[in-house]
Design a protein around this ligand. Structure first.
Ligand code: HEM
Length: 522
């Protein structure tokens, strides 16, 4: 309450009226009734009633931090310009401001940060050419390879629409009909599925993107971030203890580490492939259920990301930050990865609904790396505030072209080398699916304790599933690896014998190796 001093921190309402009494609403007499012309009270309560915006449909719980990216000027040992003309990568020591939002995927806004779940790793680079959003995860691959299946995979992972509980039987029902998910499941149910904190996890772009150089030559690329403080994960048992005490353990760790000046850092790398369909590979470079083996496609260092500043307001900067895969700068491009194209529609679509059509006017989303102001002919829409007129711009001209002092196109030739596309319209799956090969490689390279944890977690989950789901899941696991199938089978009291009657799924394409394994089973 005021002590009568002028502190410069006087409370007001949004109309600019000073608030002299914030303790009592206006009533007739000290015991009421209250009056309806009580503007100050009504404004306070009705704003409060609208404090929340819809939470994200996925990745609802997350935490933002700020920092910068310092480029090496190179991609591995070569000048960055060989592969991309994107300005942020060109000079050694060049720094670009950024915001990053880490998140869990399935739980709501107040859910546990020690849950078994992929983690979001979404970076907004405020470059001098405008924003670049790299919206990635902590696991290198994904459950599905076509965006049309995204609502289904998410529905299976989200709580049951009737009981509102996350149900192993629903999750594995979907996954058992989706063989391409076996690789992701093998990552997710291993200890990597519960990172110890946001500071101790990797980041992956997951989808395949392109880089474009000044000559218009394109390359296919995958992005990686490695944490300098190492990777650390929790076992189920450790995670249970953490979440028993604190649902927000990862945000707390990140916030406190930045507050005490212990700034987390990640090295950024890229893998590169020539831009064509690579018939020599037995998997498709545009398939996000696959990694690119590092012995064939080495990691090339590009720079270092440092986080050194916390948000000032959770709602403004975390709830309203909006990132999407369509937000690219000159020198970086999409590939035809069928997930990426679907994602690119989905992000800005949901953000217009979740935050509002003018979400890009909010400070956290503005392209603040661009020198000078940004002018557009966009007008109107909910919550539009102010119009950025260019110096000398005729305020009547919000269209282009015009000879009456309107905005005009940028005066530069765009180096343009668009791919030539031809083919029949179709609905089909990519040919080189090879759904089990990389899950097998992953299983083989795990440390013993990681494999033990994977078997316990996945087997434990399968124990509560119905018989038909158990059988089909086990069938896939035997196709991935005998040992994987036998050990999970032991946990649910089943053997290869119990699943050999199953035929491949309708439309499932098996490789020669898969067929050999299936025969062994039979
Ligand atoms: C968030 C859609 C696949 C990473 C979201 C959101 C949607 C969405 C609607 C909420 C965005 C918002 O409200 O601001 C999709 C669709 C996908 C897909 C349709 C597949 C077709 C992926 C994949 C990754 C990923 C493969 C990992 C590479 C993220 C991250 C966020 C997110 C990190 C949170 C962004 C933030 O922190 O604001 N996704 N997603 N998504 N998605 Fe996806």
């Amino acid at each position: 309450m005021s002590n009568g001093q002028d502190t410069g921190r006087q409370l007001a309402n949004r109309q600019g009226h000073p608030i002299t009494n914030n303790q009592s609403q206006r009533t007739i007499g000290s015991r009421g009734p209250a009056t309806l012309e009580n503007y100050q009270f009504l404004e306070k309560i009705s704003h409060f009633d609208r404090e929340r915006i819809p939470e994200r449909v996925v990745h609802a719980r997350g935490f933002v931090a700020y920092g910068d990216f310092e480029a090496t000027g190179k991609i591995g040992d070569e000048p960055a310009s060989k592969y991309t003309r994107a300005k942020l990568f060109q000079e050694a020591g060049k720094k670009t401001e950024l915001a990053i939002r880490f998140s869990t995927v399935i739980g709501g806004r107040d859910s546990s940060e020690a849950a078994r779940d992929p983690r979001g790793f979404a970076v907004k680079f405020y470059t001098e050419d405008g924003n670049w959003d790299l919206v990635g995860n902590n696991l290198a691959v994904f459950f599905i390879r076509d965006a049309i299946k995204f609502p289904d995979v998410i529905h299976s992972l989200k709580p049951d629409p009737v009981t509102f509980r996350q149900e192993p039987n629903r999750i594995l029902d979907f996954m058992s009909q989706t063989p391409e998910s076996m690789h992701m499941l093998t990552h997710l149910f291993s200890p990597r599925g519960i990172p110890a904190s946001y500071r101790h996890m990797e980041g992956f772009g997951v989808n395949t993107y392109k880089m474009v150089n000044a000559q218009g030559k394109t390359s296919l690329v995958k992005y990686h971030f490695h944490p300098r403080c190492g990777i650390a994960s929790l076992t189920e048992e450790e995670a249970a203890k953490v979440q028993g005490q604190d649902l927000g353990s990862a945000s707390k760790d990140l916030y406190e580490s930045i507050e005490r000046g212990d700034y987390p850092q990640w090295d950024m790398f890229v893998q590169i492939m020539e831009d064509h369909d690579h018939p020599e590979l037995d998997w498709d470079p545009l398939d996000d259920t696959k990694i690119w083996p590092e012995d064939q496609f080495p990691l090339r260092h590009m720079g270092v990301m440092t986080l050194n500043r916390n948000v000032q307001d959770f709602h403004n900067e975390n709830e309203q930050i909006a990132m999407g895969t369509g937000v690219l700068v000159d020198g970086l491009d999409f590939s035809d990865d069928k997930m990426l194209i679907g994602r690119t529609f989905s992000y800005s679509d949901t953000q217009r609904y979740r935050v509002g059509p003018n979400y890009l006017q909010l400070p956290v989303n503005q392209p603040k790396g661009v020198k000078g102001k940004v002018y557009t002919n966009q007008r109107g829409g909910e919550m539009s505030y102010g119009v950025d007129l260019a110096p000398g711009q005729n305020p009547h001209v919000n269209y282009e072209p015009s000879i009456h002092n309107g905005l005009h196109e940028a005066d530069r030739e765009e180096p343009n080398n668009p791919p030539e596309v031809s083919g029949r319209l179709t609905r089909s799956v990519i040919e080189r699916r090879n759904d089990y090969i990389q899950a097998r490689a992953r299983y083989n390279t795990m440390m013993d304790w990681e494999r033990d944890e994977l078997i316990n977690v996945l087997g434990g989950m399968m124990q509560s599933c119905e018989l038909d789901v158990q059988e089909r899941m086990l069938w896939h696991l035997f196709l991935v690896h005998d040992d994987y199938g036998s050990r999970v089978g032991q946990m649910i009291g089943m053997k290869a014998d119990d699943v050999r009657h199953l035929q491949p799924l309708p439309k499932q394409v098996l490789t020669e190796e898969d067929k050999r394994r299936l025969e062994k089973l039979g």
